[in-house]
Design a protein. Sequence first.
Length: 369
Amino acid sequence: MYWRNKLKENITTVSELKKYIHLTPMEEKAIKKAIEMHPMSITKYYLSLINKEDKKDPIRRLVVPSKEELNPLGTYDTSGEKENTKSVGLQHKYSQTALMLSTNRCAAYCRFCFRKRLVGLSDSEVLKRFDEAINYIEKHNEINNVLISGGDPLTLPTKVLKQFLDGLADIDHLDFIRIGSRVPVVFPDRISQDKNLLKLFSKHSFKRKRLYIVTHFNHPRELTSKSIQAIDALLGSKVIVNNQTVLLKGVNDNPDVLAELMNKLVSVGVNPYYVFQCRPVKRVKHEFELSIAEGCKIVEEAKKKMNGHSKRFKYMMSHKRGKIEILGLSKGYIYFKQHQARNPELLGTIFRRKADNHSGWLDSSMKLY
Ligand code: SF4
């Protein structure tokens, strides 16, 4: 199969990477250490987007490890995934939504990943008993949508995806199915060149359950002719494409970059859905996290450069308490709204905390006012 063989050409070692990007001995040493803990895998396509002259290139930062990654600040499960796991690979945190961890593999490993604890590593959290998951969802009438996540589900063979979609499509109380994937960004040929995948999506989205792909563009330079071709193919298969972005230091922490990204996404038919505050993940926090106050300023400045469609997204934090919308900064306070919650009594509540220049997360010590 063309795309599976192509993935075997991914760059996974320092010696291969050195052929494409100049690395100092110090950088080599840091990368070697980092990938002992969290593997590196970069598609040749995505590698070609890196500006090799620029050590701080945002595309490079997204996939090439650096010494900053060796900093162990943070934790590996920042949003309480363990507590919400009902059986291996099946999470149920919000009443209407079930989440399936379909794989621990991705087309490329992003250095900022919030599931760093598992991608490219152990498959112990990955769904093993599909029937058991389907049974659980069938018994819970309140679930009206399922998110197939991972890892990246689009790295699974098309016939395996078919099993997922067929199994879920038979559940009457489901309204739609989402697939979270960064494949349109890092490996768009997997979509454009697999006619069976597109046929499968078209059949399901049109005749059975509406399909959404939630993709993950973080920088406007990721929107290339190839990725746009993949988006066109998805739209042509009657799939709705939403995008979530993570606000990342040194990548998109600039109002012009963020505005350009959102405006470009809308221009190619992708709906900006969420901008996420970077989670305080171990070996991610130190390198990529911005304070919430900084984030508010960047998002608001960026919104001034966007039309109404481009700024439909919500600035969001995926917290143990649930999804918390970061409403904005006013007179020294940051305002938040509980958008989704494990505890339904919290839904819709608005609260604030004093703004400072260092807090990147709401932790247990947070003071509410
Ligand atoms: S594709 Fe998604 S799951 Fe995989 S490493 Fe990137 S962010 Fe993590």
